[in-house]
Design a protein around this ligand. Sequence first.
Ligand code: B12
Length: 309
Amino acid sequence: MISIGAVSHATGIPVDTLRTWERRYGFPVPARTEGGHRTYPASVIEHLKLIHAAIARGHRPLNVVGASPDTLRTLLDLSDTAALTPPAPPAAPSVEEGAPGEAILSAVLEEWMRATLHMDAEALQRGFERCWFRLGPITFLHTLVGPFLEEVGHAWYEGRIAVLHEQFASIQLRQFLSGHWRPLSERARGPRVICATLPGEFHAIGLHMTSVVMALAGCQIVFLGCDTPLATIAAAAAERGVNATLISVSAATNTAHAREQLLDLLERLPPDHSLLVGGAGAPEDIERTTWIASLPELERWARRVCMTP
Ligand code: B12
């Protein structure tokens, strides 16, 4: 076990930064000596060096502090060998944090569609991971995941892919997104929020996307998933420390029917419990319910509640 000073010396990361990361991202977590001083296993040094290298290549601490050594190694490899997509037109912007250009987007979507058609899980996961780190989670969700699923839907409609490909892409995305929000949620210390869809609703990806946004802001996710009976949601909401419920309603759901279900749910929830709804089929004007129009708006809501003591 080594001291914080020794870790700082070996990695080049200032002591204050190590303390800030611990507070903000829950990593690195020290043991304490009898005198209360931080002490770390020697293995943390290699891990921190990988994080340091990722930040030096332009990745944001939010995205890399606490990522596993394997993920970081993959990321660094990819940063070094670049080549996100097949050769882009010379004037195309490179994929950096922020909104990527049209040419890059269509090349990425093409690459993901190819992996879907070949049912190549490894290539698809690698493609997701690379863009997640390069664009940052919110831009990744906003500019790539939605258009990808739309393209999957079109391709199926036009007979370019079969139902099994659509299912394959959807499972891969759910796996990828939950692989990211679960560790964030485990480290989070903000309010506990239930995430569910109403009975009869089987579209889960919107729910995983909202879970990513909330876990990133610091909320703890209580994931009940799709097609959840109202009684189950109400029972979870009555648990100690559960402050809010988020319901995702897809375009496939009839809005009037969702309204009836939500009114029924409201009757069953504790009086001081917050109910949030969103998604293309969500009703906008139910009393005592907060309708949220978009993922960036949800991010603002989550950051606000996480900052409220
Ligand atoms: C994958 C998929 C399925 C899978 C779902 C697998 C799974 N476990 O998730 C399966 C095969 C189960 C399925 C079934 C059906 N589907 Co479907 N499905 C899709 C597909 C391809 C992707 C859906 C998806 O995940 N979208 C991803 C996210 C990005 O979109 P989203 O859910 O709208 O969420 C976005 C926002 O609304 C927001 N959001 C979502 N929730 C929340 C919550 C909050 C609080 C906030 C702030 C934001 C937010 O976040 C996302 C960011 O943009 C779409 C095509 C498409 N273009 O979306 C069709 C689609 C949604 N399905 C459709 C239909 C019709 C059906 C079925 C009725 C088909 C049938 N005849 O059986 C059934 C209904 C099942 C049911 N009862 O729920 C239609 C709906 C059309 C419509 N307007 O009515 C679509 C659009 C396809 C189409 N073009 O026809 N489907």
